[in-house]
Design a protein around this ligand. Structure first.
Ligand SMILES: NC(=O)c1ccc[n+]([C@@H]2O[C@H](COP(=O)([O-])OP(=O)(O)OC[C@H]3O[C@@H](n4cnc5c(N)ncnc54)[C@H](O)[C@@H]3O)[C@@H](O)[C@H]2O)c1
Length: 410
């Protein structure tokens, strides 16, 4: 049987997740190459995967003209466009981490080039594959709750995740990456559109960074947690969080995670900066209102100030409604006509909830089967279909910056 030859660009958090899946699937795939600008630093970790070709820059990676079937683009958002265009021009299919790009023009250009070259570009909307959303989609599509009139989704980011990713880390500044409604919530835009199954016509949005900003710096707080007089009383003390949750530093430190390496890494590092004194400009809360072509509606709320990091959802139809909680991995379906209800407990169907409720692994496997057989599941999100969620996110951000002005979606 043919094995799919894979090269990965970006051996960070996502690159490692896919590397682990590759090792689980060696009957179908072959791990041919890794490219990461930090290849030297990460060499020890990369070598564990027996990858024969390692590069520290994309020019060498592409100039090598390796006989790859697909490139996984797992670099940061701002490099996706360049790396994807290079991969398509080299004749490779692409698995592209969301978001596709930080501007719509580039999303269109990737779509056009993929079509011209007749190559597959699939965007990693991993939540679609999780059994939780898959089974919700099945109930919606079966017409069990009738015509969908309204969808209401909530994204509970969690204060510690906000600090790690959106204040101190990768996605803190929209000028470097993109607005949070794109970098965090493009998943939710995609889910809303996918579940509703209708054309989106209008969007408006409000949101701000109300709290994690200079204005709220406590008196005499220092620039880094280690020196700070508030370190015992501050919820955002980096040392408390990372020593209890070392996994979050694996992409930066590598596999040698212990008290000593963590303390050394954090010392006067961006990941221990005072959350009130960073150069973050992304929101800590945002709401988005969406109208569809038939005047049905949806709303999405994203908020940093929650204990846990999870999503929940309500779907209101003419014959019933669905109420679901991704953290609990359960949803209930209520039927109006006979007042009956049923609970779908996803833990009865799978024990694998690792990585977006199991969605990461399911997506990887469906994607590899797609490359092998050309059979596409309804989860696999082509670059063309991903244009919709990106249009929604860009329109929401434009509206937010324009005091909630309604944006039309074509
Ligand atoms: N599908 C999802 O649900 C999901 C979840 C998290 C992140 N993401 C996306 O995945 C991407 C990667 O995120 P991450 O969390 O793995 O980030 P990360 O910072 O852990 O990894 C990025 C890696 O890319 C490398 N890199 C940077 N510039 C490069 C270049 N020019 N050439 C080669 N390598 C380069 C970095 O050294 C780093 O190792 C982002 O676009 C992010 O938005 C998607």
């Amino acid at each position: 049987m043919k094995r799919i030859k894979i090269g990965i660009i970006g051996f960070g958090n996502r690159g490692r997740i896919y590397s682990n899946f590759i090792m689980e699937t060696l009957d179908k795939v072959e791990y041919v190459a890794v490219c990461d600008v930090r290849a030297k630093q990460l060499e020890e970790s990369i070598k564990k995967y027996n990858v024969p070709n390692i590069y520290d820059n994309v020019d060498d990676f592409f100039n090598a003209k390796l006989p790859l079937d697909v490139v996984f683009i797992c670099s940061m958002d701002q490099y996706h466009y360049k790396h994807t265009i290079m991969a398509l021009n080299a004749g490779y299919n692409v698995l592209l981490e969301k978001p596709v790009s930080n501007n719509l023009d580039e999303v269109n250009k990737i779509n056009n080039l993929a079509t011209k070259k007749n190559l597959k570009v699939i965007v990693t909307y991993v939540l679609r594959y999780s059994l939780f959303y898959k089974y919700i989609k099945e109930v919606v599509d079966s017409n069990e709750i009738g015509d969908i009139i309204n969808i209401n989704t909530t994204e509970n980011v969690a204060y510690w995740h906000q600090a790690h990713s959106y204040v101190r880390g990768n996605w803190h500044n929209s000028k470097l990456t993109g607005p949070m409604i794109l970098t965090k919530c493009s998943h939710d835009m995609d889910l809303i559109y996918w579940l509703m199954g209708k054309k989106v016509s209008k969007i408006s949005s409000f949101g701000n960074n109300n709290y994690l900003n200079k204005e709220h710096t406590p008196k005499n707080a220092t620039e880094y947690c280690i020196d700070c007089p508030y370190k015992d009383s501050c919820a955002f003390n980096a040392y408390r969080f990372y020593l209890a949750n070392p996994e979050w530093l694996r992409p930066m430190i590598g596999d040698n995670l212990n008290e000593e390496t963590i303390n050394k890494f954090l010392y006067h590092n961006q990941y221990s900066r005072c959350v009130f004194q960073c150069d973050n400009d992304v929101v800590d809360h945002q709401i988005v209102n969406i109208e569809f072509e038939d005047h049905s509606t949806a709303s999405h709320t994203m908020n940093a100030y929650t204990r846990w990091c999870y999503r929940d959802i309500k779907i209101m139809g003419t014959k019933g409604c669905i109420v679901g909680n991704f953290e609990m991995q359960k949803f209930k379906v209520y039927h109006f006509v006979d007042n009956s209800e049923k609970e779908i407990d996803i833990t009865n169907y799978t024990k694998d909830f690792e990585g977006h409720g199991g969605g990461d692994r399911l997506m990887f496997n469906q994607f590899i089967d797609y490359l092998l057989t050309s059979k596409k599941t309804i989860q696999l999100t082509s670059i063309q279909e991903s244009l919709i969620s990106h249009k929604m996110a860009f329109a929401a951000e434009k509206s937010r910056l324009n005091d909630g002005k309604v944006e039309e979606i074509d």
